[in-house]
Design a protein around this ligand. Structure first.
Ligand SMILES: [Zn+2]
Length: 275
């Protein structure tokens, strides 16, 4: 039997099949941290091709639309990300931010509008080109390794819906920990494995391997953040829902999420590097 180190928590344990196959990929879980993922790593060329296509012509049309709006002079303001950033700003003195997987640069534009010194790393050259067009400091890196980052450099690292795309999760968490200043914070969001759609086997093409290759529960995310050395680890189930238009169906969703009648589709993690 091959000895494998868990790519989420680093423990030397044999992953176990959870008996689910999504888009032809079998899903496995770590007996220790309970993170779920595929066992085969997509090659860097595959990864680059997937995201260049998604950003330039494929399924990420929402990002391209955001880019068009920003070019017209609008500052993108996701109400939820706004609330989280404001919360973080009350807890941090420094304003040096790193984003991994910043895409076309919309959060960068928003962060800069709030006075942050912002830098981004993304695996897609197409996304980095969009970001440069918006005047954002964005760097392209190969998915073979996490980007190499200076030690104790940033006050905040953010990853919005990115950790589910990354193969060497432990390697990324270690790099993020290293590049944070003591007392610095890590903020991330990711789909909740228990979201209703996934439980009904509706992963969609953008939520299936080889695009999303990891799936987290609140417990698993708490476990891997703690295992990587972070303290004050909090993983929240996102309860607030901001609809684009107010129909009966949307109003129903607002209350179902708020009252926890429906499992939250998104997990938010906030953790701190010790002082
Ligand atoms: Zn593990």
């Amino acid at each position: 039997m091959i000895e494998l180190n868990c790519r989420f928590c680093g423990e030397s344990l044999q992953p176990t099949s959870i008996g689910r196959i999504v888009n032809g990929y079998e899903l496995f879980s770590c007996p220790k941290c309970e993170s779920i993922g595929v066992l085969s790593e997509p090659t860097p060329d595959q990864v680059k091709k997937i995201y260049d296509e998604l950003f330039s012509v494929g399924g990420y049309d929402q990002h391209r639309e955001e880019f068009r709006l920003i070019k017209q002079g609008k500052v993108p303001r996701s109400p939820y990300r706004h609330l989280l950033l404001k919360f973080i700003e009350t807890r941090l003195k420094g304003r040096k931010m790193l984003e991994i997987g910043g895409g076309i640069g919309s959060f960068g534009v928003y962060a800069e509008s709030r006075g942050w010194d912002y830098t981004d790393f993304d695996v897609s050259e197409a996304a980095v080109n969009f970001a440069h067009d918006l005047g954002i400091k964005s760097n392209c890196f190969s998915s073979a390794n996490p980007p190499s980052l200076p030690s104790a450099e940033y006050d905040l690292v953010v990853m919005w819906e990115v950790i589910e795309h990354v193969y060497d999760v432990k390697g990324y968490l270690d790099e993020i920990y290293r590049t944070l200043k003591p007392g610095g914070m890590y903020l991330l969001s990711t789909p909740n494995y228990y979201r209703t759609a996934y439980q009904k086997s509706d992963f969609g093409i953008l939520g299936s391997p080889p695009v999303h290759i990891n799936f987290f529960t609140k417990k698993a995310l708490e476990s891997i953040l703690t295992e990587s050395g972070f303290e004050k680890v909090n993983v929240y189930k996102r309860r607030l829902y901001f609809p684009t238009k107010l129909s009966f169906r949307e109003s129903k969703t607002i209350f179902q999420r708020l009252l926890a009648l429906e499992e939250s589709p998104t997990l938010i993690g906030i953790a701190r590097k010790p002082q």
